[in-house]
Design a protein around this ligand. Structure first.
Ligand code: G4P
Length: 527
């Protein structure tokens, strides 16, 4: 296959959702329909018995959850799909956001009984920042939920994005029979009594008029009215506007019972974005089809094997063809790295990879030379624009159990912060002493404690701080002075010396904006 075709058939995407919307279930069903697995139920089973099958971090084994995002690669209809997992439960962390820096599109998954939930909103904001195309899947139609039209209004108003239904539900709960394909006005009826859909469900298309027989005349009348309404009021799907992140095509279904999964998969394979260009630090655009291999690291998984203490750096290929054993230069340090044991991830299995194309994710063994945001390039150093950091929501400080270990602690903190495990904030005038730690997800602190103990032989206690909000600050000196002198705010510095305000409520942030003239607060680190 020609290089351009390899690039063009790749779809690198993530599923964004609030916990329990059904991400694991949908992931598994996408794999089922792409025939990458034969029986659904295995991903969950693996999650539960992880301790026996995986050598990932101890903490991960103890809790039976995944600390870090994994990558799944599978084929469908000639497209090569890379699905990047975004950790969502207690394992929600900055990695979840960083993963979105490595994808070209996203599926926004919602429980139709709940609509837009806080985590969905946050992750969607990151997608918007990157102008990513986002397709929406309303899940759990086999249960009762909000009225479809109401739900569309909610998504449109809360997320401030146009929504274009691609299909429409025929009933819900026990009466959920299928969906209407709005492009052809045919009904897709799903068959089979297996409500958990461990195997693929068959579906058939019938003309819309036959719906009356299926769902009864009352429900039919209502659906007909809804269709009439959305035809006049709703946004229509426009491919260019989807690619620009301006309109979200909307699908309805039930991941558990397989309804609507195949249509979504087909849509992603056919319509989601192929790998695009990426900007360098100097603003130069690197096209995926450029022959020179380049890539960047978006996530580091440490200690996958506690005996060897090595880790895996997840790299997204940006341009050129990646080949096993090639030498690449790390942009930040200028060091040459032989990429000798790259891994790919096929439906939960890790295996060695010989070659990879733009859009693909490669797992590289990392002995500590690579950091989040690093660029790797063949034949000379270069740097892509960095991955921004996101405002933490959990804060605390460390208490050292053995005061003699101060130096080891400082050293460990510095390195782990550079790796992106946590963020450090320093109080002015106190040097690097007793920094505040900040994390997007609470589990990051446990990962930090564990790693300080294993890798730096330092035992610490974590003391929670009362802050709950952080914002990077810009504006005139008077505005910063206001923050410095007003009760309820701590003005600190991040590792790069940028001013950051810590406070304990969103109300305080608004109060500061109202009172400190020309103050600007940034939820994402200004680059
Ligand atoms: P997550 O990864 O987003 O957190 O969600 P996950 O897939 O684990 O699903 C959360 C719960 O929602 C699970 O139930 C799952 O079975 C259920 N679920 C997912 N999709 C659907 C759907 O289309 N319809 C219905 N009715 N339920 C769905 P659970 O009780 O937590 O687990 P389990 O006992 O069912 O495995």
């Amino acid at each position: 296959m020609k290089f351009e075709d390899e690039v063009g058939r790749r779809r690198t995407f993530a599923i964004i959702s609030h916990p329990d919307a059904g991400k694991t279930t949908l992931t598994e069903k996408l794999l089922l329909y792409a025939r990458a697995i034969h029986l659904a139920g295995s991903v969950k089973a693996k999650r539960a018995s992880r301790g026996t099958i995986s050598d990932w971090m101890k903490i991960e084994q103890e809790r039976g959850i995944s600390v870090t995002s994994s990558v799944l690669q599978f084929n469908y209809e000639g497209s090569a799909l890379n699905l990047l997992d975004t950790p969502g439960h207690a394992d929600f962390s900055e990695d979840t956001f960083r993963t979105l820096a490595a994808v070209d599109s996203a599926i926004m998954l919602m429980d139709h009984a709940k609509g837009v939930e806080p985590r969905t909103l946050k992750l969607f904001e990151v997608c918007r920042m990157r102008k990513l195309p986002v397709a929406t899947f309303m899940n759990k139609l086999d249960r009762y939920g909000l009225e479809p039209l109401e739900l569309i209004d909610q998504v449109r108003d809360t997320l401030n994005i146009d929504v274009a239904p691609v299909n429409w539900p025929l009933g819900m709960g026990d009466d959920f029979k299928g969906v209407v394909d709005l492009r052809t006005r045919e009904i897709i009826v799903y068959e089979g009594d297996d409500r958990r859909g461990s195997e693929m469900t068959t579906s058939r298309r019938v003309p819309f008029d036959e719906a009356e027989e299926l769902i009864g005349s009352k429900a039919f009348e209502r659906v007909s009215e809804e269709l009439e309404l959305i035809q006049h009021a709703g946004d229509v799907y426009d491919h260019d506007r989807f690619l620009a992140g301006e309109v979200s095509p909307l699908f309805w279904g039930s991941a558990m019972s397989n309804f609507g999964v195949e249509e979504l998969l087909q849509f992603i394979a056919r319509n989601a974005t192929a790998p695009g260009p990426r900007l360098t630090e100097d603003g130069e655009e690197i096209l995926p089809t450029e022959p020179r291999f380049t890539g960047f690291v978006f996530k580091i998984q440490a200690n996958m094997n506690p005996r060897h203490r090595d880790g895996i750096a997840f790299m997204r290929v940006v341009s050129g063809k990646f080949e096993r054993g090639m030498d690449a230069v790390i942009g930040r340090s200028g060091e040459v790295l032989r990429l000798s044991k790259p891994h790919t991830f096929m439906a939960q299995e890790r295996s060695l990879v010989d070659e990879a194309w733009p859009g693909d994710i490669v797992g590289l063994y990392n002995t500590g030379k690579l950091r989040v945001g690093d660029t790797l390039a063949f034949g000379g150093a270069m740097k892509f624009a960095g991955i921004p950091r996101f405002a933490p929501e959990h804060f605390g400080q460390l208490r050292l159990e053995d005061p003699m270990k101060r130096k080891a602690l400082d050293n460990g903190l510095e390195q782990l912060a550079q790796e992106g495990v946590i963020q450090l904030f320093f109080s002015p005038g106190q040097g690097r002493q007793s920094p505040f730690l900040g994390a997007v997800g609470i589990l990051q602190f446990e990962v930090l404690k564990e790693r300080l103990k294993n890798e730096y032989k330092v035992s610490v206690q974590f003391v929670k701080a009362s802050f709950s909000h952080a914002r990077w600050v810009s504006g005139p000196p008077e505005a910063l002075e206001w923050l410095r002198t007003t009760h309820g705010y701590a003005l600190v510095e991040d590792r790069n010396g940028l001013p950051v305000v810590l406070t304990d409520s969103g109300w305080n942030l608004n109060y500061a904006l109202d009172n400190a003239k020309d103050l600007v607060l940034h939820e994402v680190e200004p680059l």
